[in-house]
Design a protein around this ligand. Structure first.
Ligand SMILES: Cc1cc2nc3c(=O)[nH]c(=O)nc-3n(C[C@H](O)[C@H](O)[C@H](O)COP(=O)(O)OP(=O)(O)OC[C@H]3O[C@@H](n4cnc5c(N)ncnc54)[C@H](O)[C@@H]3O)c2cc1C
Length: 753
């Protein structure tokens, strides 16, 4: 930098101007410290609840320090990487964790914590998240014995290739085929159309050596061949395929095959020494995406590629050496439902912590960001004190708590189900499956939309990647699509709810989260009215808001069922039988999705209230200290704040989420009650404001995990921005990379003017 000397006269001239500025200047760190002094509850106590106890919380903090000191875990350049660097860096991080796991004998759970903290999704995601689980859940004992050691030693890297260019949601429509050759006891994998090209699988582009490929199983149909024709509509296969051998004439021989639908096959894609694609395999990266660019999502097609018979995953369905199909036992569908429930419960769990990260960043920043002095000479206001900012951030804070409690409850329910399953009981599975599907959708919608709202509330600095929010959103938003598009997920829940309602009407009680449908006739009777007598009731009596959400859910389910019933009339030939497919279903999906959402909102709120009651009851019992450290108890002041959050969550759904409008239309709520609900909502914003920063602190995210200039726990946001910006590759030289060849020639022209 050029020498810059300042003489004393210049300094003296300027000094009074600085004094004017400093008279109203504030230190962000001091603002944040001041916010923390306002807490009305024990932050640490709540941190233990949100982090599953003191031990786990301390472990996370220790891991964060350890990871920050590794070259592959260092995040200082994270926001400046180009695509290639991101891809390589994310893989290095994944291998780094894998090495640590071995060298320090860490558990899988520890490695998963590290993976969350490093927060660098890479080419190994699908190996861990889908390939290994597929081998474990769908592979026979022999297949597990063969593939698992290779997987855990990283001798092979796998992915899961289901989605194709032409099909995702409709799995039965996949076009990749696996045709059995009895003579060689091999399957021939083939992509017969452009649209059968596999598209999207993570790690497929440049990392994976193997994939579990979902392909339509085609077996020779001996009977049809002998008869010289095809047999349509038979049980297992569903449809019958018929084809001429490649080349047409082939000695005049015709192969007749039966289509048994999609099955999983392990296919080797790349040579293990050279990493080049094997003959007949076309493979590559699908290019840049809205986010998640450190992952090499890929494309793949097969040109008559042979794999051994043993590579079909055969824990359930089997193909014998002579090409006979052995169908899966009925327990197969239950097992695969159970796996889906687990994955979706995990997504629900992550939705809470992801939204909480965004809210932590935005609330801390809004508490130190000051704009607009109320009067000349006064300090500008913290933007969190503007009601519009509070009205955005505090309900999102409430949602992050609602989602976190829901995630913990879903996991608990899944574990309870596992115990039942081990006793051979599957009765609770349909309800759990329906619930996890709808909650997957609702929670990921709330989280994804919430992150973006947090970003907008941070003004200009929220648009900077250094805030952490753009990357968080870009990487998270895919959750509304993958593992089942959210609308399609809601439709699964709606189907369950309507069937449960029909069951109730036929005298079969609904159970679990849908049990409220048992009282649907009294709930929706003309005399059923909202009990809120004043605005204080909405905020202070949890049962009032809970009743309103329950009524909204019951009304939405009944409305969807009535719509479907009348649409079904024509399709069912006037029998009044519900039709759960085809036009009656497809032309009414808006009402059906609405019903699923209303149900899940009710469940989220109810779970929030139940969790608080349980924590408070444990806090009032003996052995409190141990229970608090285990994260299973809170004291009265903490429970009181949590109840305010639960109330705000409910009122937000009623006031802004559309639930209230439905209740007005229904006649359950009067115009006066709607007005008092609004007053109560605004009152809760004021009541929760002093605890805003303590409540985000309770999530106890480390600065390493947040990687945000705006979310720093010390509040020193402007220094944070400057420090991080200095790392920009554009700042590597003072004149910048365009100077020599682009800028200089243009600017040099000025001397010729
Ligand atoms: C980041 C990312 C990673 C992925 N990773 C993998 C992977 O590793 N392996 C893999 O195999 N796949 C992967 N996928 C693919 C993913 O699973 C699918 O994109 C997803 O299941 C949605 O299917 P689709 O793309 O066919 O959407 P579509 O089904 O085409 O959806 C388009 C629209 O139609 C609506 N719709 C579709 N069907 C219905 C219906 N029956 N009723 C009502 N509405 C309907 C949807 O709601 C949506 O609005 C990934 C996708 C993404 C974005």
């Amino acid at each position: 930098m050029a020498e810059h000397e300042i003489d004393e006269r210049t300094r003296n001239l300027q000094r009074p101007a600085t004094e004017i500025i400093m008279s109203t200047h504030t230190e962000p760190s001091e603002d944040l410290a001041q916010e923390r002094r306002k807490a009305t509850f024990d932050v640490q106590e709540l941190s233990y609840v949100l982090n599953e106890g003191k031990d786990l919380l301390e472990k996370k903090q220790l891991f964060a320090e350890l990871l920050a000191s590794t070259p592959w875990g260092d995040k200082s350049r994270r926001y400046f990487l180009d695509r290639e660097e991101e891809y390589v860096g994310a893989l290095r991080a994944a291998f780094g964790i894998w090495e640590k796991m071995k060298s320090e004998k860490l558990s899988v759970e520890d490695a998963m914590i590290m993976r969350t903290l490093v927060d660098f999704p890479g080419g190994l995601e699908l190996h861990i998240g889908m390939f290994i689980p597929s081998v474990m859940s769908q592979g026979s004992p022999e297949q597990q014995a063969k593939w698992m050691p290779l997987c855990t030693k990283l001798n092979v890297i796998g992915t899961y290739a289901q989605t194709e260019l032409g099909h995702g949601t409709f799995v039965r429509g996949l076009e990749t085929t696996a045709t059995y050759d009895k003579e060689t006891q091999e399957f021939v994998l083939h992509s017969p159309t452009l649209t059968s090209t596999k598209w999207w699988p993570g790690g497929l582009g440049k990392t994976a050596t193997h994939a579990v490929v979902m392909a339509r199983l085609m077996l020779p149909d001996e009977d049809a061949g002998a008869a010289g024709g095809s047999r349509e509509g038979e049980e297992e296969g569903g449809s019958v395929g018929e084809g001429e051998e490649e080349g047409g004439s082939g000695g005049g021989h015709r192969t007749v095959v039966r289509d048994y639908g999609p099955h999983g096959f392990i296919a080797e894609l790349r040579d293990l020494d050279t990493h080049l694609p094997l003959p007949g395999v076309t493979i590559g990266d699908i290019g840049p995406k809205a986010g998640f660019n450190s992952v090499d999502n890929g494309y793949l097609s097969f040109d008559h590629v042979r794999i051994p018979r043993e590579n079909m995953l055969m824990r359930f369905a089997k193909v014998t050496p002579n090409g006979r199909y052995v169908p899966p036992p009925p327990s197969n569908s239950k097992a695969s439902y159970a796996t889906m429930v687990f994955v979706r419960a995990d997504i629900v769990k992550n939705s809470g912590s992801t939204l909480a990260r965004a809210v932590t960043i935005a609330v801390r920043y809004a508490a130190v960001r000051r704009q607009t002095a109320p009067a000349p000479g006064e300090r500008e206001l913290q933007v969190l004190d503007y009601q519009n900012c509070a009205a955005t951030l505090l309900p999102l804070l409430a949602s992050s708590y609602a989602l976190s409690f829901m995630g913990a409850a879903m996991m608990e329910r899944y574990r309870a189900f596992e115990a039942e399953r081990d006793r051979g009981e599957f009765g609770g599975l349909p309800e759990l499956h329906a619930l996890s599907s709808g909650l997957k959708a609702l929670c990921t919608w709330i989280a994804a939309d919430g992150i973006e709202e947090c970003r907008r509330t941070c003004g200009g600095h929220g648009y900077s990647k250094l805030s952490g929010l753009p990357t968080l959103f870009q990487n998270y938003v895919q959750n509304v699509t993958w593992e089942g598009d959210n609308n399609v997920m809601c439709l699964q829940t709606a189907r369950y709810l309507i069937k449960a309602l029909v069951g109730v009407q036929q005298g079969k009680p609904a159970t679990g989260s849908a049990a409220y449908l048992n009282q649907v006739s009294s709930e929706l009777s003309p005399s059923s009215r909202c009990p809120a007598a004043c605005s204080d009731c909405w905020a202070g009596q949890p049962a009032v808001a809970a009743a309103a959400l329950r009524h909204a859910a019951a009304r939405a389910v009944v409305a969807a069922a009535e719509t479907l019933r009348s649409a079904s009339l024509a399709a069912s030939g006037g029998t009044r039988q519900m039709v759960f497919e085809g036009r009656p279903w497809n032309e009414n999906t808006v009402e059906l999705i609405r019903a699923a959402k209303a149900h899940c909102i009710y469940v989220l709120h109810q779970t929030f209230l139940d969790s608080i009651a349980r924590l408070e009851a444990a806090g009032a019992a003996g052995e409190v200290e141990a229970a608090v450290e285990a994260g299973s108890a809170v004291s009265g002041p903490t429970a009181a704040v949590l109840r305010q959050l639960a109330a705000l969550f409910a009122l937000e759904q009623l006031e802004r989420g559309g639930g209230g409008a439905a209740l007005l239309e229904d006649g359950y709520m009067s115009a006066a009650q709607a007005a008092s609900l609004r007053v109560a909502h605004r009152g809760l914003l004021t009541a929760l404001r002093p605890n805003a920063v303590p409540l985000v602190d309770a999530f106890a995210f480390t600065d390493y995990h947040l990687n945000s200039a705006l979310g720093r726990s010390d509040g020193d946001v402007y220094r944070g921005l400057l420090e991080m910006a200095r790392g920009s590759p554009l700042n590597a030289t003072q004149e910048g990379p365009a100077w020599p060849e682009v800028l200089r020639p243009v600017l040099a022209a000025r001397s010729k003017l």
